[in-house]
Ligand binder design. Sequence first.
Ligand SMILES: Cc1cc2nc3c(=O)[nH]c(=O)nc-3n(C[C@H](O)[C@H](O)[C@H](O)COP(=O)(O)O)c2cc1C
Length: 350
Amino acid sequence: MRVAYCLQSRVDWLVRSNLCFLAFATPLLPPATPLVSDNDSTTPATTIDLTVQLGRLRLANPVLVASGTFGYAREMQAMVDLSRLGGIVPKTITKLPRQGNAPWRTIETPSGMLNSIGLDNDGIDAFIKHHMPYLGSLQTAMVVSVAGRTHDEFVEMTTQLADVDGVDAIELNISCPNVSGGVDFGTDPSMCERLVAACRAAGSHPILAKLTPNVTSISQMAIAAEAGGADAISLINTCQGMAIDWRRRRPLLGNVIGGLSGPAIKPIALRAVYQAAQAVKTPIVGIGGIANLDDVMEFLVAGASAVQLGTVNFYNPTASTTILDALPEAIAEAGATSVDEVVGTLASNP
Ligand SMILES: Cc1cc2nc3c(=O)[nH]c(=O)nc-3n(C[C@H](O)[C@H](O)[C@H](O)COP(=O)(O)O)c2cc1C
């Protein structure tokens, strides 16, 4: 087992144990109001169509797990029935192995966490050899996340994955706040468009572009990803943040600045999904602080066609399947017969 992989597993364990507190951090929400339905007679939950079409990628249901929060899935198989998931996005891989950033790499925050892992991974060759045989055997969509330091590296990796068995789609991580290089593709619209177009042309896999919220206009970036031919737009990655020990007058994260995730960023993610959905027709995959069924329904109504669960996997690993158990009933309660019918149905007034 490679050192980098050991480190990542230990970080995952650390994160999991550190985040138990979040299980008790129930947000103070107003009492749940039933979704308004035009139908008096709701469709039986058993007949609800959960399938989702993200461009050329078809999913059995809209609940995926997010990159960096589910390891390479094997770590979670004892806790989660992986075949029930709409899809899995394993930890982002890079062309060459990366050791990641110096510790501390994770910090608890109110209703969330900061991380500056720095894309610790063993590189694409080791991923294809050691992880893909297992990942490809799973009965769920495998969305492989890649990050390049340059345009050509992204394209090279996409090309390399083109003939690998079990890969169903590629998510371009153009939004990691914890590495230098790469993030420019998520902040510069013309670089983003050119990159998405080149990766799309490099193979036949559906392409998801994962965007950063750390931009002035998320709509502009979504438009660029759409112009490049993205099959779907994943948003959001983490929000830049930091933590400080004022007594020592030092930053807590080894990398000084990290990415904030968890329930704390849900309103930012909802806003980003809503704004992007107004700007593009490309399907959107909502990510950010999603932890329960209501969160999922909010993202669908805001305009997401599917969602990815991230930080919640650390403190409630079965959240995805618990949500899936209850999703058909919520869709029926909304007066719909399919996920599709709920997507983007937010009224313009409160
Ligand atoms: C510890 C940790 C590691 C992450 N690593 C990656 C990564 O490798 N690639 C990526 O695209 N996103 C990564 N993310 C971002 C998540 O996939 C997700 O976009 C973000 O955390 C927001 O969702 P959440 O609030 O549900 O966690 C990471 C997040 C965390 C907390």
